[in-house]
Design a binder for this molecule. Structure first.
Ligand SMILES: Nc1nc2c(c(=O)[nH]1)N[C@H]1C(S)=C(S)[C@@H](COP(=O)(O)O)O[C@H]1N2
Ligand SMILES: [Mo]
Length: 257
C-alpha cells in the first residue's frame, strides 16, 4: 500500500524555504570568499616593467589591452587635427623629469642603437635636413587637462626610412630615454610608425623651448602626454617591452587614447 503523502504545515514550509535560501546564499558567499582569497593569495607579478598587480589580474588587463588595440588601432586611423589658428599661444607645461632647464645644443646628439650594435649619432642640423611635418592636435595629459597645440619635426616613419632602420622597425618596441636616463618610455611599433608620430624640434614655428623638451621631443598624438617624452637622448629597438617610467608606477603601459 502507498504511504499517504504528509502535508507540510505553513510553518514547516517557511522553515524549509528559509533553509534552502540560506544554504544557497551561504554557498555563494563561500564561493566569493574562496575566489577573493585565491586572488589575494595569488602571486604578484615582479615589479619591473609594470607596477605590481596580482598575476591573474594582469593577465586579464593584458587581454583587455590587446582587445582594444585590435579594435581601435590602425595606421589609417588618424587623430583629429585643427587649424593652426586654434593652437594655444601659451602652451601648458607639465613635469620635467630628465629635461630640466636648457641643454647647450653643441652638447647634444641623438643616439640611435642599431641591431648590429652600431650607434648612430645624429645632430639637430642633420635632422632638420629631412622633410618637416607639422601637426596641430589636442594634447591630452592623464592628469585631466588637454590643449590644442602645434608641433613641427620629422615624422618617425620618415626617420626610419632615411636612416635605413627597416630591420629595427620589424621589432615590437621602441625605447626612448632622456640624455640623463631619468625619464624613459616604451612605445609599441605600430604607434611609433603611425603617420602622426613626430620627432619634434618646433613648437608654434619656433625651436622647442627648454621646458617643452628642447632640443628634440617625441610627439605621439595616439598616446597620452606621459608617452610624449621630452628631450630625447637615445632611441633603441627591441622585441620585449622597454622599461617605462610611469608603467613602473602602475600606469597603463599602452596609454593609448
Ligand atoms: N623628459 C620628460 N618628458 C616628459 C615628462 C617628464 O616629466 N619628463 N612628462 C610627461 C607628461 S606627464 C606630459 S603631460 C607631457 C607634458 O608636456 P609639456 O610640458 O610640453 O606640456 O610631457 C611628458 N614628457
Ligand atoms: Mo601628463
Amino acid at each position: 500500500m502507498k504511504k499517504p503523502k504528509k502535508e507540510l504545515t505553513v510553518d514547516q514550509k517557511i522553515k524549509r524555504r528559509n533553509f534552502i535560501s540560506f544554504t544557497i546564499f551561504g554557498a555563494f558567499a563561500a564561493g566569493t570568499y574562496a575566489g577573493w582569497k585565491w586572488l589575494y593569495n595569488s602571486p604578484e607579478e615582479i615589479t619591473g616593467i609594470t607596477g605590481g598587480a596580482h598575476k591573474p589580474l594582469r593577465k586579464a588587463l593584458n587581454k583587455t589591452e590587446l582587445f582594444f588595440r585590435r579594435l581601435t588601432f590602425s595606421e589609417n586611423h588618424l587623430v583629429k587635427t585643427y587649424p593652426k589658428s586654434m593652437a594655444a599661444k601659451v602652451v601648458r607645461h607639465n613635469s620635467d623629469i630628465g629635461s630640466e632647464g636648457k641643454l647647450p645644443p653643441e652638447q647634444w646628439k641623438l643616439q640611435v642603437t642599431k641591431n648590429s650594435g652600431a650607434i648612430l649619432q645624429i645632430s639637430l642640423e642633420e635632422l632638420k635636413t629631412l622633410p618637416k611635418t607639422e601637426i596641430v592636435f589636442d594634447f591630452k595629459c592623464v592628469e585631466g587637462w588637454d590643449q590644442v597645440s602645434h608641433w613641427g619635426g620629422v615624422k618617425f616613419a620618415d626617420f626610419i626610412d632615411h636612416y635605413k632602420l627597416h630591420e629595427e622597425a620589424k621589432l615590437e618596441y621602441v625605447g626612448l630615454e632622456t640624455p640623463d636616463k631619468q625619464y624613459y618610455v616604451g612605445i609599441d611599433m605600430p604607434s611609433a610608425i603611425h603617420p602622426q608620430t613626430l620627432l619634434a624640434y618646433e613648437l608654434n614655428d619656433q625651436p622647442l623651448p627648454g621646458k617643452h623638451g628642447q632640443p628634440l621631443r617625441l610627439i605621439i598624438p595616439v598616446k597620452y602626454g606621459i608617452k610624449n617624452l621630452k628631450r630625447i637622448g637615445s632611441i633603441n629597438f627591441s622585441k620585449t617591452r622597454p622599461h617605462d617610467y610611469w608603467a613602473e608606477q602602475g600606469y597603463d603601459y599602452y596609454s593609448g587614447l
